[in-house]
Design a protein around this ligand. Structure first.
Ligand SMILES: Nc1ncnc2c1ncn2[C@@H]1O[C@H](COP(=O)(O)OP(=O)(O)OP(=O)(O)O)[C@@H](O)[C@H]1O
Length: 237
């Protein structure tokens, strides 16, 4: 992607759950190569915004324009299959924990993302090993997830999220279960492998030290953006 090209633009997103207004008219433009932290108090709408931007949740109204070389358009108009394809092919996800299968090895967890997209096992395993090595886990392909530290497991999750060529990575509290030193290491790996390669990163966090790694911070309160500021400009950038 060419740096600074708009990748995601949300227009006037609204989402309610019963009598709760999770998003109350959110608009934001996110450009290629940006790292954006989404902060705010518990219940302010952070995860709902991330899920709307990623096509996991449909807003009640508003639009999310996506502009990638592979696909352009309003993702809120896509059906389930269309949004599912986007999530498998163009987007990557890293959560606090969960997406990894503990019974499988690190290599199998990463390779599986490719195999779900139809890549043959041997090629998938080669790509998985290359990604794990790139993220500092060379030689650990055969370890089961339970045999890895929390920080190592998050690196596996970061590899899994990107092995299929995702251009936009969404992370929801990716360091929530880690101590501060490991958290910094994981953020460094996350930024190096995404924004430093021209990809786009959106991170939901309640932790200011995680947000400080990002080039920009959007702050939500009661489902509205109350601040949108340049951050530490990404310590790596
Ligand atoms: N599936 C749902 N059903 C009902 N209410 C929901 C649902 N998802 C979110 N909400 C409500 O919408 C509001 C925003 O939730 P959201 O998870 O987006 O906030 P958040 O800022 O990510 O919170 P946290 O930091 O606690 O994870 C909250 O009041 C929440 O209870």
């Amino acid at each position: 992607m060419i740096a600074d090209t708009p990748v995601l633009s949300a227009h006037n997103l609204r989402k309610t759950y019963g009598s709760t207004t999770a998003l109350d008219g959110v608009s934001a433009l996110i450009r290629a190569g940006e790292s954006v932290a989404v902060m705010g108090a518990s219940g302010s709408g952070k995860t709902t915004l991330l899920h709307c931007l990623a096509g996991i949740v449909l807003p009640d109204s508003g639009s999310v324009l996506l502009r990638l070389p592979s696909v352009q358009g309003d993702i809120t108009t896509l059906d389930d299959a269309g949004r599912s394809l986007l999530r498998r092919r163009d987007f990557g996800f890293v959560f606090q924990q969960g997406l990894l299968i503990p019974e499988l090895t690190a290599g199998e967890n990463v390779a599986m993302a490719l195999m779900l997209n139809g890549v043959p096992r041997a090629a998938a395993e080669d790509s998985a090993a290359a990604w794990l090595a790139r993220l500092g886990l060379a030689g650990m392909e055969q370890r089961r997830i339970g045999e890895l530290s929390g920080g190592q497991a998050q690196r596996v999750a970061i590899a899994r999220a990107q092995v299929s060529g995702a251009q936009v990575l969404f992370a929801d509290e990716p360091t929530g279960a880690l101590d501060s030193r490991t958290s910094a290491e994981v953020m460094q790996v996350l930024l190096e492998s995404t924004v430093n390669a021209g990809k786009t990163l959106v991170v939901v966090t309640h932790d200011p030290s995680v947000a400080a790694w990002c080039g920009r911070t959007i702050t939500l309160a009661d489902g509205r953006i109350v601040a949108d500021t340049a951050g530490a400009a990404g310590i790596l950038r």
